[in-house]
Design a protein around this ligand. Sequence first.
Ligand SMILES: CC(=O)N[C@H]1[C@@H](OP(=O)(O)OP(=O)(O)OC[C@H]2O[C@@H](n3ccc(=O)[nH]c3=O)[C@H](O)[C@@H]2O)O[C@H](CO)[C@@H](O)[C@@H]1O
Length: 390
Amino acid sequence: MTKPQIPPFRLIVTGGGTGGHTYPALTAVRTLQSRLMAAGRALDVLWVGTATGLEARITAAEQIPFATVATGKIRRSSNPLKLASPANLKDMARVPLGVAQARSIVAEFRPDVVLATGGYVAVPVGLAAKMCRRPLVVHEQTVRLGLANRGLARAAGRFAVSSESTLQYLPEAARDRAVVTGNPVRPEVLTGHADKAVQALGLWGFDRSRPTVYITGGAQGSAQINGLISEILPWLLDRANVVHQCGPANEPELRRRAAELPADLAGRYLLTGFVGGELPDLLALADVVVSRSGAGTIAELTALGKASVLVPLASSAGNEQAHNAQHLHEAGAAAALLGEVTSQRLQQAVAPLLADPGRREHMAQQARAQGRPDAAERLVDVLLAEAQGH
Ligand SMILES: CC(=O)N[C@H]1[C@@H](OP(=O)(O)OP(=O)(O)OC[C@H]2O[C@@H](n3ccc(=O)[nH]c3=O)[C@H](O)[C@@H]2O)O[C@H](CO)[C@@H](O)[C@@H]1O
């Protein structure tokens, strides 16, 4: 007698816009797939996102089936005139259309569970899950709740958060359904090799007896961090090798400026718009990271245990990046530059880390103590339990 076939596990995943929402979702999909495969079961997945978000590119590259729904960007404002701006009104009008589209996608696909990781596209899909009575798991990456996830708090069967400190910010309705999983980090990020970074990025001029600093402003780069670095670059290159991820749009201008560096310093400097597949190896090579403090980056730096100097994006929602950075600073797991940031302050924060390997190692250990490398596995536990409980 042939064994009865186990039907594939059906997952709808939604979320995107930025890397911060997209990569945790992708990591959860891959981890779920391996878990199911080990149990002899296949995964049928559909990602619902926006055509213009990072998720459209990522799903195409990963060959994950992808559908889009109409979305309206929800802009926060305390000013009622701004809330009623033509752009906002037009976008709000798209929300019901998006919900209707999402509802027919969910009804047709009949997922065992829906995972929403934030970004405004998650709202119509999360609401559609509720309407179609499919279990919904929401994952929040940041310490303070994003707007989309706040809107889904009532609809979610489980509300997965990245840190204990988020529990206090959850709406009453979601608190008893909350679970701390951590923020999933792409597994390959944890297994890079320093020597491969030299090869992959052509860092032949790097002096491996000196520390390497990785400067990153997030996927789009940061004009503020680029400006600060430009002011201290010769000082930095006297002491270290530097990989500077500046954002694709800023690259031509910075490349012109880099051409003026003296030849002996230029060999230890690599400028790049965006770091793709080389990121794990580059992180393995880096002794010190200078970065924004978005939730994704923080999860990676702590899971790996990296010494870092964080320059939070001041205008991030609810000053969330400053909150992330301060949290690590207080734990001795990073140096955070809060308030007005000058190149002098940045230099003062980086200098002791470059001069003293013991200090770097101590900070790296404190960072590692904050990391949750098993976050993806925990989130998958929640997805499977929700699907089974339904
Ligand atoms: C401007 C803004 O709204 N930022 C928010 C956005 O961050 P955003 O998505 O910009 O930044 P995150 O730090 O969360 O994630 C960036 C991701 O991109 C990767 N990366 C970056 C540069 C590069 O060249 N290559 C590369 O792969 C990083 O390693 C990381 O995995 O979502 C986060 C999570 O909800 C929030 O905490 C941030 O406040």
